[in-house]
Design a protein around this ligand. Structure first.
Ligand SMILES: Nc1nc2c(c(=O)[nH]1)N[C@H]1C(S)=C(S)[C@@H](COP(=O)(O)OP(=O)(O)OC[C@H]3O[C@@H](n4cnc5c(N)ncnc54)[C@H](O)[C@@H]3O)O[C@H]1N2
Ligand code: MOO
Length: 334
Protein backbone atom coordinates (compact mmCIF):
# COMPACT_ATOMS: atom_id res chain seq x y z
CA UNK A 1 0.00 0.00 0.00
CA UNK A 2 1.14 3.46 -0.88
CA UNK A 3 0.73 4.80 2.64
CA UNK A 4 2.84 2.08 4.26
CA UNK A 5 5.62 2.65 1.80
CA UNK A 6 5.93 6.12 3.25
CA UNK A 7 6.45 4.78 6.77
CA UNK A 8 10.07 3.98 7.53
CA UNK A 9 11.82 2.48 10.54
CA UNK A 10 14.86 4.45 11.68
CA UNK A 11 17.22 4.42 14.65
CA UNK A 12 15.96 7.00 17.12
CA UNK A 13 19.32 8.81 17.15
CA UNK A 14 19.03 9.21 13.38
CA UNK A 15 15.48 10.55 13.47
CA UNK A 16 16.18 14.22 14.14
CA UNK A 17 14.12 16.38 11.81
CA UNK A 18 11.86 13.51 10.83
CA UNK A 19 8.12 13.22 11.36
CA UNK A 20 6.71 10.84 13.96
CA UNK A 21 4.11 8.58 12.34
CA UNK A 22 1.86 7.95 15.36
CA UNK A 23 1.30 9.03 18.97
CA UNK A 24 3.77 7.61 21.48
CA UNK A 25 2.49 6.78 24.93
CA UNK A 26 4.41 6.93 28.19
CA UNK A 27 3.36 4.96 31.24
CA UNK A 28 4.87 5.56 34.67
CA UNK A 29 2.92 3.23 36.96
CA UNK A 30 0.81 5.11 39.50
CA UNK A 31 1.90 8.46 38.12
CA UNK A 32 1.27 9.03 34.48
CA UNK A 33 -0.20 7.48 31.39
CA UNK A 34 -0.55 9.60 28.36
CA UNK A 35 0.78 10.91 25.14
CA UNK A 36 4.46 11.84 25.31
CA UNK A 37 4.78 12.71 21.65
CA UNK A 38 2.14 13.49 19.15
CA UNK A 39 1.84 11.94 15.74
CA UNK A 40 3.25 14.39 13.22
CA UNK A 41 5.74 15.79 15.73
CA UNK A 42 9.04 16.77 14.17
CA UNK A 43 11.72 15.06 16.26
CA UNK A 44 14.30 17.35 17.84
CA UNK A 45 17.73 16.64 19.34
CA UNK A 46 16.34 17.16 22.88
CA UNK A 47 13.60 14.55 22.32
CA UNK A 48 16.06 11.68 21.92
CA UNK A 49 16.59 10.92 25.66
CA UNK A 50 12.84 10.92 26.28
CA UNK A 51 12.26 8.54 23.37
CA UNK A 52 15.00 6.21 24.60
CA UNK A 53 13.57 6.36 28.15
CA UNK A 54 10.28 4.86 26.94
CA UNK A 55 12.16 2.11 25.18
CA UNK A 56 12.10 3.42 21.66
CA UNK A 57 15.46 2.68 20.09
CA UNK A 58 13.76 2.59 16.71
CA UNK A 59 10.75 4.52 15.58
CA UNK A 60 8.53 4.80 12.53
CA UNK A 61 8.84 8.08 10.72
CA UNK A 62 6.87 9.32 7.79
CA UNK A 63 8.36 10.44 4.56
CA UNK A 64 5.96 13.00 3.24
CA UNK A 65 6.10 12.44 -0.45
CA UNK A 66 5.34 15.38 -2.62
CA UNK A 67 1.61 15.85 -2.89
CA UNK A 68 0.73 14.16 0.41
CA UNK A 69 -0.25 15.72 3.72
CA UNK A 70 -0.72 14.40 7.24
CA UNK A 71 -4.25 13.63 8.49
CA UNK A 72 -4.07 16.40 11.11
CA UNK A 73 -3.26 19.00 8.50
CA UNK A 74 -6.00 17.67 6.24
CA UNK A 75 -8.58 17.87 9.04
CA UNK A 76 -7.46 21.39 9.90
CA UNK A 77 -7.58 22.61 6.32
CA UNK A 78 -11.08 21.29 5.81
CA UNK A 79 -12.24 22.79 9.12
CA UNK A 80 -10.82 26.19 8.15
CA UNK A 81 -12.53 26.02 4.77
CA UNK A 82 -15.90 25.31 6.37
CA UNK A 83 -16.04 27.43 9.54
CA UNK A 84 -18.29 30.48 9.47
CA UNK A 85 -19.49 33.04 11.98
CA UNK A 86 -19.44 32.18 15.67
CA UNK A 87 -17.63 28.90 15.04
CA UNK A 88 -14.25 27.97 16.52
CA UNK A 89 -11.85 25.11 15.79
CA UNK A 90 -10.20 22.70 18.20
CA UNK A 91 -6.63 21.50 17.82
CA UNK A 92 -6.41 18.27 15.83
CA UNK A 93 -6.68 15.19 18.01
CA UNK A 94 -6.33 11.69 16.59
CA UNK A 95 -6.67 13.17 13.13
CA UNK A 96 -9.93 14.95 13.94
CA UNK A 97 -10.78 18.64 14.22
CA UNK A 98 -14.01 19.77 15.86
CA UNK A 99 -15.92 22.91 14.96
CA UNK A 100 -17.71 24.28 18.00
CA UNK A 101 -20.17 27.04 18.62
CA UNK A 102 -18.90 30.12 20.43
CA UNK A 103 -22.46 31.02 21.53
CA UNK A 104 -25.85 29.66 22.57
CA UNK A 105 -27.74 29.86 19.29
CA UNK A 106 -29.25 28.18 16.23
CA UNK A 107 -26.90 25.99 14.22
CA UNK A 108 -27.08 26.44 10.46
CA UNK A 109 -25.43 23.65 8.51
CA UNK A 110 -25.46 23.42 4.75
CA UNK A 111 -26.60 19.86 4.00
CA UNK A 112 -25.97 20.13 0.26
CA UNK A 113 -22.35 21.05 0.88
CA UNK A 114 -21.90 18.30 3.46
CA UNK A 115 -23.32 15.68 1.08
CA UNK A 116 -21.14 16.90 -1.76
CA UNK A 117 -17.94 16.87 0.31
CA UNK A 118 -18.68 13.45 1.82
CA UNK A 119 -19.11 11.93 -1.61
CA UNK A 120 -15.37 12.45 -2.14
CA UNK A 121 -13.38 9.36 -1.20
CA UNK A 122 -11.74 9.35 2.26
CA UNK A 123 -13.36 12.61 3.36
CA UNK A 124 -15.35 12.66 6.60
CA UNK A 125 -17.47 15.67 7.52
CA UNK A 126 -19.85 14.65 10.27
CA UNK A 127 -22.40 17.19 11.50
CA UNK A 128 -25.33 17.74 13.79
CA UNK A 129 -28.60 18.65 12.08
CA UNK A 130 -29.26 22.16 10.85
CA UNK A 131 -31.57 24.29 13.00
CA UNK A 132 -30.47 22.49 16.17
CA UNK A 133 -30.26 24.68 19.26
CA UNK A 134 -26.66 24.57 20.49
CA UNK A 135 -25.04 25.69 23.71
CA UNK A 136 -21.78 27.58 23.82
CA UNK A 137 -18.86 25.17 23.13
CA UNK A 138 -21.17 22.51 21.72
CA UNK A 139 -19.80 20.59 18.75
CA UNK A 140 -21.27 21.28 15.32
CA UNK A 141 -19.00 19.36 12.97
CA UNK A 142 -16.06 16.97 13.08
CA UNK A 143 -13.65 16.80 10.13
CA UNK A 144 -11.27 13.94 9.41
CA UNK A 145 -9.73 11.97 6.55
CA UNK A 146 -9.43 8.19 6.54
CA UNK A 147 -5.75 7.50 5.70
CA UNK A 148 -2.89 8.75 7.86
CA UNK A 149 -1.44 10.49 4.83
CA UNK A 150 -3.69 11.75 2.09
CA UNK A 151 -3.21 13.29 -1.31
CA UNK A 152 -3.25 17.03 -0.88
CA UNK A 153 -5.40 17.29 -4.00
CA UNK A 154 -8.23 15.48 -2.25
CA UNK A 155 -8.35 18.08 0.51
CA UNK A 156 -8.03 20.85 -2.06
CA UNK A 157 -11.20 19.51 -3.67
CA UNK A 158 -13.11 20.09 -0.42
CA UNK A 159 -11.70 23.61 -0.22
CA UNK A 160 -12.71 24.18 -3.81
CA UNK A 161 -16.29 23.08 -3.18
CA UNK A 162 -16.40 25.29 -0.07
CA UNK A 163 -15.25 28.30 -2.12
CA UNK A 164 -17.91 27.64 -4.73
CA UNK A 165 -20.64 27.83 -2.06
CA UNK A 166 -19.07 30.96 -0.61
CA UNK A 167 -19.13 32.60 -4.05
CA UNK A 168 -22.85 31.84 -4.22
CA UNK A 169 -23.22 33.58 -0.86
CA UNK A 170 -24.13 30.37 0.95
CA UNK A 171 -22.88 29.76 4.48
CA UNK A 172 -21.57 26.29 5.30
CA UNK A 173 -21.67 26.36 9.05
CA UNK A 174 -22.66 29.29 11.23
CA UNK A 175 -24.51 29.83 14.47
CA UNK A 176 -27.21 32.47 14.62
CA UNK A 177 -27.64 34.31 17.90
CA UNK A 178 -31.09 34.50 19.46
CA UNK A 179 -32.76 37.90 19.45
CA UNK A 180 -34.35 39.11 22.68
CA UNK A 181 -38.01 38.96 21.61
CA UNK A 182 -40.89 40.49 23.56
CA UNK A 183 -43.62 37.89 23.56
CA UNK A 184 -47.35 38.40 24.18
CA UNK A 185 -49.06 35.29 25.60
CA UNK A 186 -52.78 34.52 25.36
CA UNK A 187 -54.11 31.64 27.43
CA UNK A 188 -57.52 30.43 26.27
CA UNK A 189 -59.95 28.04 27.95
CA UNK A 190 -63.10 28.45 30.03
CA UNK A 191 -61.66 26.11 32.66
CA UNK A 192 -58.73 28.48 33.28
CA UNK A 193 -60.69 31.72 32.68
CA UNK A 194 -63.39 30.70 35.16
CA UNK A 195 -60.84 29.53 37.70
CA UNK A 196 -61.83 25.84 37.61
CA UNK A 197 -58.20 24.83 37.16
CA UNK A 198 -54.91 26.68 37.52
CA UNK A 199 -52.94 27.57 34.43
CA UNK A 200 -50.18 25.06 33.75
CA UNK A 201 -49.60 26.06 30.13
CA UNK A 202 -48.31 29.58 30.80
CA UNK A 203 -45.32 28.59 32.96
CA UNK A 204 -44.19 25.97 30.42
CA UNK A 205 -44.34 28.40 27.49
CA UNK A 206 -42.60 31.12 29.54
CA UNK A 207 -39.75 28.76 30.44
CA UNK A 208 -39.23 27.81 26.79
CA UNK A 209 -39.21 31.48 25.77
CA UNK A 210 -36.75 32.43 28.53
CA UNK A 211 -34.45 29.52 27.61
CA UNK A 212 -34.01 31.12 24.21
CA UNK A 213 -33.19 34.54 25.62
CA UNK A 214 -36.61 36.16 25.14
CA UNK A 215 -39.34 37.14 27.61
CA UNK A 216 -43.11 36.98 27.96
CA UNK A 217 -44.02 40.61 28.57
CA UNK A 218 -47.69 39.97 29.38
CA UNK A 219 -50.18 37.13 29.71
CA UNK A 220 -53.90 37.54 29.00
CA UNK A 221 -56.35 34.78 29.98
CA UNK A 222 -59.52 34.52 27.87
CA UNK A 223 -62.66 32.43 27.74
CA UNK A 224 -63.30 30.17 24.72
CA UNK A 225 -64.57 33.23 22.95
CA UNK A 226 -63.43 34.39 19.56
CA UNK A 227 -63.96 38.13 20.22
CA UNK A 228 -62.00 37.98 23.48
CA UNK A 229 -59.12 36.18 21.78
CA UNK A 230 -59.13 38.67 18.87
CA UNK A 231 -59.21 41.54 21.39
CA UNK A 232 -56.11 40.16 23.10
CA UNK A 233 -54.36 39.74 19.73
CA UNK A 234 -55.18 43.39 18.86
CA UNK A 235 -53.81 44.50 22.22
CA UNK A 236 -50.45 42.84 21.51
CA UNK A 237 -50.42 44.16 17.97
CA UNK A 238 -50.83 47.71 19.31
CA UNK A 239 -48.21 47.05 21.97
CA UNK A 240 -45.84 46.06 19.17
CA UNK A 241 -44.67 42.72 20.57
CA UNK A 242 -42.32 40.57 18.48
CA UNK A 243 -44.28 37.32 18.76
CA UNK A 244 -47.81 36.34 19.83
CA UNK A 245 -48.50 32.89 21.32
CA UNK A 246 -52.04 31.61 21.89
CA UNK A 247 -52.49 28.40 23.91
CA UNK A 248 -55.32 25.86 23.95
CA UNK A 249 -58.51 25.45 21.95
CA UNK A 250 -56.61 24.27 18.89
CA UNK A 251 -58.40 21.08 17.92
CA UNK A 252 -61.87 19.90 16.93
CA UNK A 253 -64.26 20.60 19.80
CA UNK A 254 -67.01 23.23 19.46
CA UNK A 255 -65.21 25.27 22.13
CA UNK A 256 -61.92 25.27 20.21
CA UNK A 257 -61.98 28.89 19.05
CA UNK A 258 -58.29 29.66 18.65
CA UNK A 259 -57.63 28.84 14.95
CA UNK A 260 -60.75 30.76 13.90
CA UNK A 261 -59.81 33.76 16.04
CA UNK A 262 -56.25 33.88 14.65
CA UNK A 263 -57.66 33.80 11.11
CA UNK A 264 -60.24 36.49 11.88
CA UNK A 265 -57.57 38.73 13.38
CA UNK A 266 -56.31 39.15 9.82
CA UNK A 267 -53.20 37.02 10.14
CA UNK A 268 -51.78 35.46 6.99
CA UNK A 269 -51.85 31.74 7.79
CA UNK A 270 -48.73 29.80 6.81
CA UNK A 271 -50.15 26.55 8.07
CA UNK A 272 -52.81 25.11 10.33
CA UNK A 273 -51.70 21.60 10.95
CA UNK A 274 -48.12 20.43 11.07
CA UNK A 275 -47.13 16.92 9.97
CA UNK A 276 -45.37 16.24 13.25
CA UNK A 277 -46.62 14.15 16.17
CA UNK A 278 -46.88 15.58 18.75
CA UNK A 279 -47.73 19.09 17.71
CA UNK A 280 -49.93 18.35 14.73
CA UNK A 281 -52.60 20.92 15.67
CA UNK A 282 -50.15 23.83 15.69
CA UNK A 283 -51.03 26.96 13.71
CA UNK A 284 -48.49 29.41 12.43
CA UNK A 285 -49.11 32.73 10.71
CA UNK A 286 -48.05 36.35 10.45
CA UNK A 287 -49.99 39.39 11.54
CA UNK A 288 -48.21 41.93 9.41
CA UNK A 289 -44.61 41.23 10.45
CA UNK A 290 -45.50 39.68 13.80
CA UNK A 291 -45.38 35.89 13.93
CA UNK A 292 -48.39 34.37 15.68
CA UNK A 293 -48.70 30.75 16.77
CA UNK A 294 -51.61 28.71 18.11
CA UNK A 295 -50.24 26.08 20.49
CA UNK A 296 -52.16 22.84 21.05
CA UNK A 297 -52.44 21.15 24.43
CA UNK A 298 -49.57 18.76 23.74
CA UNK A 299 -47.05 21.62 23.97
CA UNK A 300 -47.89 21.72 27.68
CA UNK A 301 -47.58 17.97 27.96
CA UNK A 302 -44.75 16.77 25.67
CA UNK A 303 -41.15 17.87 26.00
CA UNK A 304 -40.54 18.21 22.25
CA UNK A 305 -43.22 19.20 19.76
CA UNK A 306 -43.47 21.22 16.55
CA UNK A 307 -43.41 24.33 18.76
CA UNK A 308 -39.86 23.42 19.84
CA UNK A 309 -38.90 23.18 16.17
CA UNK A 310 -40.23 26.61 15.17
CA UNK A 311 -39.72 28.72 18.30
CA UNK A 312 -35.89 28.67 18.10
CA UNK A 313 -35.99 29.62 14.44
CA UNK A 314 -38.33 32.53 15.12
CA UNK A 315 -36.14 33.61 18.05
CA UNK A 316 -33.17 33.58 15.64
CA UNK A 317 -35.07 35.99 13.37
CA UNK A 318 -36.07 33.48 10.69
CA UNK A 319 -39.33 33.53 8.81
CA UNK A 320 -41.21 30.24 8.68
CA UNK A 321 -42.60 29.33 5.28
CA UNK A 322 -44.95 26.59 4.15
CA UNK A 323 -42.11 24.38 2.95
CA UNK A 324 -40.57 24.33 6.45
CA UNK A 325 -43.84 22.94 7.75
CA UNK A 326 -44.21 20.39 4.95
CA UNK A 327 -40.70 19.02 5.49
CA UNK A 328 -41.39 18.24 9.14
CA UNK A 329 -43.43 15.17 8.29
CA UNK A 330 -40.51 12.96 7.27
CA UNK A 331 -38.89 12.06 10.58
CA UNK A 332 -41.52 14.04 12.45
CA UNK A 333 -43.01 11.14 14.35
CA UNK A 334 -41.47 11.44 17.82
N1 LIG B 1 -61.05 13.90 17.71
C1 LIG B 1 -59.90 14.57 17.86
N2 LIG B 1 -59.42 14.77 19.07
C2 LIG B 1 -58.27 15.41 19.25
C3 LIG B 1 -57.54 15.90 18.16
C4 LIG B 1 -58.09 15.70 16.87
O1 LIG B 1 -57.53 16.14 15.87
N3 LIG B 1 -59.28 15.04 16.76
N4 LIG B 1 -56.34 16.50 18.35
C5 LIG B 1 -55.65 16.12 19.55
C6 LIG B 1 -54.48 16.96 19.74
S1 LIG B 1 -53.23 16.71 18.59
C7 LIG B 1 -54.32 17.79 20.83
S2 LIG B 1 -52.79 18.50 21.09
C8 LIG B 1 -55.39 17.89 21.82
C9 LIG B 1 -55.58 19.25 22.54
O2 LIG B 1 -55.70 20.29 21.72
P1 LIG B 1 -56.31 21.67 22.21
O3 LIG B 1 -55.31 22.74 21.94
O4 LIG B 1 -57.64 21.84 21.58
O5 LIG B 1 -56.42 21.58 23.79
P2 LIG B 1 -57.64 21.92 24.74
O6 LIG B 1 -58.84 21.13 24.32
O7 LIG B 1 -57.82 23.36 24.84
O8 LIG B 1 -57.12 21.34 26.13
C10 LIG B 1 -56.72 20.02 26.26
C11 LIG B 1 -56.49 19.70 27.74
O9 LIG B 1 -55.51 20.57 28.27
C12 LIG B 1 -56.02 21.35 29.35
N5 LIG B 1 -55.52 22.71 29.29
C13 LIG B 1 -55.60 23.57 28.25
N6 LIG B 1 -55.07 24.75 28.57
C14 LIG B 1 -54.62 24.64 29.83
C15 LIG B 1 -53.95 25.52 30.73
N7 LIG B 1 -53.64 26.78 30.37
N8 LIG B 1 -53.62 25.06 31.96
C16 LIG B 1 -53.93 23.81 32.33
N9 LIG B 1 -54.56 22.93 31.53
C17 LIG B 1 -54.91 23.34 30.31
C18 LIG B 1 -57.51 21.32 29.15
O10 LIG B 1 -58.18 21.55 30.34
C19 LIG B 1 -57.72 19.92 28.60
O11 LIG B 1 -57.71 18.97 29.64
O12 LIG B 1 -56.59 17.48 21.27
C20 LIG B 1 -56.52 16.13 20.80
N10 LIG B 1 -57.79 15.59 20.51
O1 MOO C 1 -51.16 18.95 18.44
MO1 MOO C 1 -51.38 17.36 19.12
O2 MOO C 1 -49.97 17.09 19.69
O3 MOO C 1 -50.45 16.42 17.70
O4 MOO C 1 -51.00 16.26 20.45
Amino acid sequence: MKVNSMLREVRTEDAIGMILSHDLTQIIPGEFKGRLFKKGHVIRQEDIPALLSIGKEHIYVMDLQDGYIHEDEAAERMAHAIAGDRVKLTQPHEGKVMLKSTIHGLAKINKRFVDEANSLEHIVISTIKTNSVVKQDQSLIGTRVIPLLIEEAQVAKVEHIARRYAELGEDLVTVKPFLPLRVGLITTGSEVFKGRITDKFGPIVKAKVVDLGSEVVEQIVTDDDSDQIIGAIRHYETLGVDLILVTGGMSVDPDDRTPGAIRKSGARIVSYGTPMLPGSMLMIGYLGQIPIMGLPGCVMHDAYTSFDVFLPRICAGEEIVRRDVVELGYGGLM
